[in-house]
Write a protein that binds this ligand. Structure first.
Ligand code: RUQ
Ligand code: CUA
Ligand code: CA
Length: 644
């Protein structure tokens, strides 16, 4: 969004008047990038009256209170993307309280992420031992499935800048692996599969699909030939986090979805034009939702029908249009979707993928059985899998579900969430003009992007809560300088009408999130000593071990003391310090900081961490506990003496 639009959005207005103003202003501002095309068409379908900013009581029984009493626990977890901070945020819902942040792609000074040897190994280093990357742009969070519901094993998050996929263990809530995808840029959409396409015994996630947005030259000879740039759709093994395969495609990838039967994955494409400038990227009236036949792709890989690109050994199969004209052998199917679509979401009944039109005011409903029929040669054209294409409002971006047949789609330009009935939309599309598919609309503040409902993309969608990630908060919070927070809003969707209940400021820019029942994860209360093979299991094993210039310092922590009250090294030594926290009590965490040495990290009960640094400054350095642990926390220190 350009600055002109922001300025226009800043005009003071209220209520419905403001919304209309925003529509015009946003559409006008975006005319410069061609959004006018969709603003010319007002929604013409039968539409239930827009709801006023909701103060009325919910006609439904209500999802419950968002105001928890002191000591009361939330009933849902929310896993939120941390945006630029490259972490995953853990929220409790419906209160919206942030419980923790799990660092992934970017260093974190509380945990010591990017400081400790263990975290650096996960993050990736250059030959000199420094971090390979220190910036990130994380957008999407999804978790592992079993039988169509979350199974509490893993969550994944993407980094768009450096095309990395991070995995979070949901027992410790820590990032344990990061994979960089080869030969792609702008890795954006991710989605785990929900079961194996072939083996019925594998009823859980074993793959993560990754869509890359930007097309790049696959050989240096093509740098100046944008028409030769291509992008790849990648499959990462959920356990090993190694690449399994990639697919060379026409057009680009945006968001990603997977079917409940494991047979199909898809990515929305806004740039079938292969344009290098936005004017070119929006020149076609229709782009596509590109489907991948997972079983066939893996059979092709097995049969050796692939190539590799550059230094990468990852098998790349050919998913381009030209190579996939015969449905019976095709690896991919291109279903057309109007103008620069954005989100693609799988309905919880397993039947449909919903594509949001973005530059078109429409939602497109694609029936998955029909896509499979096309692959079987039973459907003449892949586009016949489209069972509805209906107007929803301006700037549709993402869709969530309530498990009662309704979709909830964000309308970026209208600043609304529209609730619509999918079967009614299909009837309307089939010619029944009396089918009222729009059920309700609610104003949100302002310019919503992602939306998700409790358990939305699972077979257990429960239709209680809807969170909306609003890209602009404008006047909703106390001003704190020119940068406004974003506004995550919570809506009760348990009744017919949506009821907006809360605003939450968040630091930019979370994008996506998932919300699930708290009983689906089983977090461990403490670490296990054996998790680390360098654990200092007994205080008696503490000490300084010298091997030439390499020095290993082993120590333990037990409130309120470190096992070494002091330790000596020499100037120029390469010091590796290993600290095990022998406290067993839940939540009894210690920290370890060394002044002037850029060292700070925490060790949780029974956890071991290590740091390596060159003792290049002689003197006395009071290493101290940075995490309040005991009445003698301030006294909990160790003296590092670096001899000149
Ligand atoms: S995107 S606001 Cu990066 Cu998920 Cu749609
Ligand atoms: Cu140990 Cu504070
Ligand atoms: Ca396009």
């Amino acid at each position: 969004m350009d600055v002109g639009v922001k300025n226009k959005l800043a005009a003071p207005e209220t209520g419905m008047a403001r919304r209309r103003f925003l529509n015009t202003a946003a559409a006008a501002g975006l005319a410069g990038v061609g959004m006018a095309a969709c603003s010319e068409k007002p929604a013409s379908a039968p539409v239930a009256k827009a709801s006023a900013p909701s103060a009325q009581p919910n006609p439904g029984e209500g999802a419950g209170s968002i105001h928890l009493k002191p000591g009361e626990l939330d009933t849902y977890y929310g896993l939120w993307s941390g945006g630029h901070s490259g972490d995953m945020r853990v929220l409790g819902l419906p209160s919206g309280r942030e419980i923790t942040r799990i660092p992934c792609f970017v260093p974190d000074a509380l945990v010591g992420w990017g400081i400790t040897n263990e975290s650096k190994k996960v993050m990736g280093t250059k030959p000199d031992g420094s971090l390979k990357y220190t910036v990130a742009d994380s957008h999407h969070v999804h978790a592992s499935y079993k039988d169509g519901n979350y199974d509490g094993r893993y969550a994944w998050i993407n980094d768009k800048i450096n095309s990395r996929l991070a995995r979070i263990r949901l027992d410790y809530f820590v990032c344990d692996k990061i994979t960089e995808l080869p030969n792609v840029q702008g890795f954006h959409g991710i989605f785990p599969d929900k079961r194996d396409p072939v083996d019925p015994a594998i009823n859980y996630t074993t793959r993560v699909f990754c869509g890359a947005e930007f097309h790049v030259p696959l050989s240096l000879a093509d740098i100046d030939k944008p028409e030769k740039y291509r992008t790849l759709f990648s499959c990462v093994d959920a356990e090993s986090m190694e690449l399994r395969w990639q697919v060379l495609i026409d057009g680009n990838c945006d968001l990603t979805a997977t079917s409940y039967d494991g047979k199909l994955a898809a990515t929305n494409q806004y740039n079938v034009e292969g344009g290098a400038k936005y004017e070119d990227m929006m020149s076609a009236e229709r782009d596509a939702c590109l489907f991948f036949n997972i079983a066939r792709i893996e059979a092709a890989v097995k049969a050796g029908k692939f190539k590799t690109i550059g230094d990468s050994k990852v098998p790349v199969v050919d998913g381009t249009r030209e190579a996939n004209t015969d449905p019976k052998t095709a690896l991919t199917a291109y279903v057309s979707v109007p103008k620069n679509p954005h989100g693609v979401n799988a309905s919880p009944d397993g039947k449909y993928f919903i594509c949001a039109g973005k530059l078109s005011p429409t939602g497109t409903v694609i029936e998955l059985q029909k896509v499979l029929d096309w692959f079987d040669g039973k459907l003449e054209k892949a586009d016949q899998a489209i069972v509805a294409e209906v107007e929803l409002g301006l700037g549709p971006l993402h869709t969530a579900f309530d498990g009662r047949g309704n979709g909830y789609t964000t309308l970026f330009l209208d600043s609304q969430v529209v609730k619509w009935n999918i079967e009614a939309a299909i009837k309307f599309h089939a010619g029944d003009k009396s089918a009222k598919y729009v059920v309700d609309r609610v104003d949100v503040q302002y310019q919503p992007g992602h939306v998700n409902a409790s358990q939305s993309e699972t077979v257990a969608a429960d239709g209680k809560w809807l969170a909306v990630g609003c890209k602009f908060s404008k006047d909703r919070f106390l001003p704190a300088g020119p940068l406004h927070p974003e506004n995550e809003q919570l809506i009760d969707i348990s009744g017919e009408k949506m009821v907006l209940l809360a605003d939450h400021p968040v630091r930019g820019e979370p994008h996506d999130f998932i919300i699930f029942k708290r009983e689906l994860v089983r977090p461990k209360p403490v670490y296990e000593l054996g998790d680390s093979d360098i654990a200092v299991k007994d205080p008696k094993d503490s000490g300084v071990e010298r091997n030439g210039k390499k020095v290993t310092v082993r120590l333990t922590s037990q409130a309120p003391a470190f096992s070494l009250r002091e330790f000596r090294v020499k100037k120029g030594d390469e010091v590796t310090l290993i600290l095990t926290n022998l406290d067993k009590v839940e939540d009894l965490t210690h920290g370890f900081a060394i002044p002037k040495y850029n060292v700070n990290f925490i060790v949780n009960p029974q956890e071991t961490k290590s740091v390596t640094f060159i003792a290049d400054k002689p003197g006395v350095f009071w290493a101290y506990c940075t995490h309040f642990c005991h009445a003698l926390h301030l006294e909990m220190r160790s003296r590092m003496i670096v001899e000149a």
